[in-house]
Design a protein around this ligand. Sequence first.
Ligand code: FAD
Length: 324
Amino acid sequence: MLKFQDRYPLKNLTTLQIGGPAKKFVIISSEKELIEAIKFAKQQNLPFLIIGGGSNLLVSDEGFEGLIIKNEITGISTFQESPSTSLGTRKPTWKVSVKSGTVLQDLVNFADEKGLSGLQDLAGIPGTLGGAVFGNAGAYGQTISDHLVSVKTLNINNLAIEQFSNNTCQFEYRSSIFKKNHYVILEATFLLKKNGVESLKEESSNILTKRAVKYPPGIKCPGSFFKNLVVADLPKEVLSKIPPEKIVYGKVPAGSLLEEAGARGASLGGIEIADYHANLFINKGEGTAKDFYNLAKKYALKVKEKFVVTLEPEVQLINLPPLN
Ligand SMILES: Cc1cc2nc3c(=O)[nH]c(=O)nc-3n(C[C@H](O)[C@H](O)[C@H](O)COP(=O)(O)OP(=O)(O)OC[C@H]3O[C@@H](n4cnc5c(N)ncnc54)[C@H](O)[C@@H]3O)c2cc1C
């Protein structure tokens, strides 16, 4: 029996710890419960939103006049896909199927423990597998889509199960088809190669150490706020304004443009931009979505004036107007 709660404070569900109440809130832990929750929302004529770890959300201070469904459908299963050849020239591959509410770090730990390579650099990215597939999360040159084979979804219009293969997911830098349509991600399947357990663990552990410097434990933030800019997508006139040394791996980090615009260390109310990283907006304790939004908008405008580019939020804005 699902337990719906009224006026649930969404700040309790976001890593930024900001957000007014949801009219209704429910936690689901099976596909059956998910369908039940969606049917409830439809019957009550309520908009609904599925969330995972709340680590990529800026929720308005007014909250959400609908049903928030927190996804806790978890589980990981593995099947050996191909054994190594008799000559030992090909590494064996494993199929790994992961339910969307699984914490991403649990998946990374699982893969490292089993010596399955391809997810180790995602160590430390908060949130769930579903959130990671939605936004094609990535770090240190690896993305969740690199070794993903297929995604199982629920079409929220007709409640039918639909499968997407990797090439129909429209994965791009921090984007996928799931950002543009009406599917709940239920499960993703990966094909991973066997590798040394110790080397994978070491790689993940080194990344966790690096990340702890940028994101000290307890930091209240939604990760980087704006997307970096893909150089290949920028018109020549725009690129000519950007110093070439700012380009890293084919992208112009939004942080370096924000820095040029004076964002480092700036603040508004309880929201502060890190003095070491201009794309990191932190809630110092009593921050509001309004202050966060206005501060982000102010510096996005300054970047636009200086470099003639429009910064797009990576973070999902809930019940807030588009920033641009
Ligand atoms: C300290 C910190 C560091 C971060 N570092 C990185 C990083 O290095 N790289 C990176 O890519 N991101 C990073 N992020 C951002 C964030 O962790 C990722 O975007 C993460 O994948 C979001 O997952 P989530 O479960 O928290 O999603 P949520 O924040 O809960 O939701 C985000 C969006 O995904 C949708 N969604 C969630 N689950 C589903 C589902 N099952 N089906 C359909 N839609 C769904 C939601 O509706 C929402 O629109 C960081 C965030 C923090 C706080």
